[in-house]
Design a protein around this ligand. Structure first.
Ligand code: HEC
Length: 169
């Protein structure tokens, strides 16, 4: 309060004397122009293009690279009550699905499958899973998976794409 008053008074006197003493030399009035320039170059950093473009499905084979990962994750809510996908997380009502692609059906040793699943002879591919999920009962009669199926093809694709990423982690 008192001090700042004093200071501004001093400043006023100083500037007044500067104006008076060196009217034609003009040594000080340049700073405002030079102080604004150092901050300007750093205002345009080019570091953002990569993080905006990260697509978790990038690199998957054809229809699945164009699927909707988030929608697939939401579809997985239909499976989660019976299946875990994290490695080593164990089984629930259904077998753990970690690494399910390329795995032969019915071969997880820690899980008791139906005879139908145990005697079936194929490896899980996105295409096989698509048929399984469309109608489990029709695809493999006698299996134990109590699930009606997902009729919507796009929803199955989204879910399968999600599983391709998440069961391989
Ligand atoms: C009500 C529980 C239940 C639900 C819901 C369910 N499953 Fe299953 N699932 C099972 C059971 C039980 C089996 C074992 C089938 C058998 O032994 O015949 C199985 C088997 C599987 C298999 C074969 C695994 C292997 O090791 O061969 C896959 C793949 C699978 N389910 C995927 C899914 C997906 C994806 C969903 C969600 C859309 C889903 N399941 C929903 C209970 C379920």
């Amino acid at each position: 309060m008192g001090l700042s008053r004093k200071l501004s008074l001093i400043a006023a006197i100083v500037s007044a004397t500067v104006l008076i003493s060196c009217g034609e030399k003009d040594p000080a009035p340049s700073p405002p122009a030079s102080t604004s320039s150092p901050s300007a170059p750093s205002a345009t950093p080019a570091a953002t293009p990569t993080e905006a473009a990260v697509n978790p499905l990038e690199g998957l084979p054809a229809p699945y690279d164009a699927a909707d990962y988030d929608q697939g994750r939401r579809q997985f809510a239909k499976c989660r009550s019976c299946h875990l996908i994290e490695e080593g997380a164990g089984n629930r009502v259904g077998p753990n699905l970690h690494g399910v692609f390329d795995r032969k059906i019915g071969t997880l040793e820690s899980f008791r499958y139906s005879e139908a699943a145990e005697t079936a002879n194929f490896q899980w591919t996105p295409d096989k899973l698509d048929h399984w999920l469309a109608n489990p009962k029709e695809f493999l009669p006698g299996n134990n998976m109590t699930f009606a199926g997902i009729a919507n093809e796009q929803q199955r694709q989204n879910l399968i794409a999600y599983l391709m990423v998440e069961t391989a982690k």
